[in-house]
Design a protein around this ligand. Structure first.
Ligand code: GRF
Length: 219
């Protein structure tokens, strides 16, 4: 049976589109079963709806504690419930502007991926492209990594290098990085779903073709 993928977004959804494009071209090794957003107005949800993919808006404000601030664990648990209900195998964060916490990570051990617009561990956090430009690095890029609770960085599945040119603005650099994001994210998903890999400490190590795929981790 095809492995079932959930893509979590907050905005534009261009990576979601690239992932769905790869699926439709038979290059993903799985099926995008649902797109989940914390924002009802996320453009990516409109794309998913049109593409016939189930869309789910989970509003964090519906998970407020008595003081009115979002109960992050309760919100994470709601996501986990939605993922389990849909028999999801792999969770792909694609511009999901919320930190995912223990409830989700403990239910999907080594089954949560994220994409970040820099060569991690350089320039983590927000505005990675601006950070790179302001730092003056000559190359930056994109990273797909497993999301774990590693304090000093998560296992890196794939990276692509993008040269910085002198005339770059945040916008032009972001555009070129995005091209690479769209290329490496579907490839990384396919690699992870294929199962011929192991973690050696923090390193994501590919196993030889002839080795048996590892069973899916987690619940
Ligand atoms: C991408 O640059 C991604 O690396 C970052 O957020 C952005 C999302 O873009 N995490 P999109 O919504 O996929 O177009």
């Amino acid at each position: 049976m095809s492995r079932r993928i959930a893509v979590l977004i907050s905005g534009r959804g261009s990576n979601l589109q690239a992932i769905v494009g790869a699926e439709r071209a038979g290059r993903l090794g799985g099926t995008v079963a649902v797109a989940i957003s914390n924002k009802a107005e996320a453009a990516g949800l409109a794309f998913a709806r049109q593409a016939g993919i189930e869309c789910l808006h989970l509003d964090p404000r519906s998970y407020a504690d008595p003081r009115g601030s979002v109960d992050r664990d309760a919100y994470d648990r709601a996501i986990v419930d939605a993922l389990h209900t849909r028999s999801i195998d792999l969770v792909c964060l694609a511009g999901f502007m919320r930190v995912v916490g223990a409830p989700l990570l403990s239910s999907f051990v080594n089954r949560v991926l994220n994409i970040h617009p820099s060569l991690l561990p350089s320039f983590p956090g927000l505005q990675a492209q601006r950070q790179a430009l302001e730092h003056g690095v000559r190359v930056t890029g994109a990273t797909v990594h497993l999301v774990t609770d590693h304090l000093d960085g998560c296992p890196i599945v794939a990276q692509a290098v993008v040269p910085v040119i002198d005339s770059d603005t945040v916008e032009t650099l972001s555009e070129r990085i995005l091209v690479e994001e769209h290329r490496i994210y579907p490839d990384a998903i396919r690699l992870v779903l294929d199962g011929r890999w192991e973690l050696v400490g923090r390193r994501f190590v590919r196993l030889p073709e002839e080795s048996a795929p590892r069973p899916p981790a987690g619940s």
